[in-house]
Design a protein around this ligand. Sequence first.
Ligand SMILES: O=P(O)(O)O[C@@H]1[C@@H](OP(=O)(O)O)[C@H](OP(=O)(O)O)[C@H](O)[C@H](OP(=O)(O)O)[C@H]1OP(=O)(O)O
Ligand SMILES: Nc1ncnc2c1ncn2[C@@H]1O[C@H](COP(=O)(O)OP(=O)(O)OP(=O)(O)O)[C@@H](O)[C@H]1O
Length: 445
Amino acid sequence: MEEGKMDENEWSYHGEGNKSLVVAHAQRCVVLRFLKFPPNKKKTSEEILQHLQNIVDFGKNVMKDFLGENYVHCGEVVQLPLEFVKQLCLKIQCERPESRCDKDLDTFSGYAMCLPNLTRLQTFHFAEHRPILCVEIKPKCGFIPFSNDVTHEMKHKVCRYCMHQHLKNGELIYGCGDARSPVADLKELAHHLKPFFFPSNGLASGPHCTKAVIRELVHVITRVLLSSSEKARAGALRLGLQGPRVCEASPFSRSLHNQGKNTSEHSGLPKGCLLYKTLQVQMLDQLDIEGLYPLYKRVEQYLEEFPEERKTLQIDGPYDEVFYQKLLDLSTEDDGTVAFALTKVQQYRVAMTAKDCSIMIALSPCLQGTSSDQRPVIPSSRSRLAFSVSVLDLDLKPYESIPHQYKLDSKIVNYYSKTVHAKDDTVRSTRFKEHEDCTLVLHKV
Ligand SMILES: O=P(O)(O)O[C@@H]1[C@@H](OP(=O)(O)O)[C@H](OP(=O)(O)O)[C@H](O)[C@H](OP(=O)(O)O)[C@H]1OP(=O)(O)O
Ligand SMILES: Nc1ncnc2c1ncn2[C@@H]1O[C@H](COP(=O)(O)OP(=O)(O)OP(=O)(O)O)[C@@H](O)[C@H]1O
């Protein structure tokens, strides 16, 4: 990146989450990712640089190994002219959603991360002039807690995600049970998808067509998620599923029940695929927050006595090879040491990170008669689709968030048990229609 020649007009607002904001370059397939902070919580430039460097190191030394070289793009920290950042911030402000404006873009340090634009196919450095369909999925937690430390029976039946949605009072959209008819929205979605999936150039229409196109989207995404690249290995972790396999509140559970099937002893995911690897990292949360919290307090007590040890314990980095090697110790035998407690705390932070990452899938039709340039392809009814799959938002969750997670966990389960589960049967039977063989549940962003 030629920092001296930065022009804000070449960059446009791309998206943002709770902690960072992303702008994309108009021609080149790169994005800049800036940190965001609440207005009264400014950090020094050194702190921001360290934070960004930690994100890059964590991706390189930990996540690349766990998830696979091909899926993780760590990027690099770049220093930008302050004037460019200020002008860019002014330019994009009007495009930011109001709900995200409680935090400001960091315009003081001049540091940001430069990453490949993962909404593009990863083999091209410049924007291509052919349609790209991009789907971002947040694969929240993929297992039900199996830890013996879990005290709330409900946590063995219903997953945290399903329970949490009720506490958030989020509105379910495109779900089968909401008051509005999703038909018009689904029709519009299908209209946009037809050029990618429908054999007759999107000219056919009607409810049957809408359903077929959306089913094909789900089919293609599933195939991409279950695919393995040749280089993909099973990953460094070997954690087996234990306990109940499927969330009782999910449509998947109902569908298995209807088919008279039991939940399987294993995840059923191919070992080289990204979903399997993501699940393995999520399962580093072996003890659940209920088993982890006392260990966190053990570390805290030690740090109160020996605050200078915080650095040696690598609580705030560096996230290097030593940090990585310690994560591989899967033993759950507590010998009462701070070392054991620390390993479990660090594994929990990594697991929470994997429970909050996103998977970006970019799909583009292969032109007829051309080779796929050695890119992976997936067949669809209209043409073959070249695709790339990447993981993003792999920022290690902070040590400080553990007490919050502990309190939140209790709040989520108590709320669900008291307010929802009591009247659950009626709600569930109306929310998810029986005999639906594909369910697309989208949430407002
Ligand atoms: O608590 P959850 O499971 O709702 O996850 C939060 C996410 O909510 P969602 O994925 O929409 O359910 C939440 O995402 P949104 O802001 O809702 O887009 C954040 O990713 C948050 O992480 P952090 O505090 O920014 O590090 C996430 O918080 P933690 O992963 O730190 O719990
Ligand atoms: N390298 C990238 N290429 C393309 N789009 C990206 C890239 N990185 C992030 N994005 C887009 O920007 C959005 C916000 O980025 P990101 O998820 O990293 O933000 P965050 O604030 O860390 O998220 P969270 O709310 O989960 O904490 C993503 O959801 C994605 O749509």
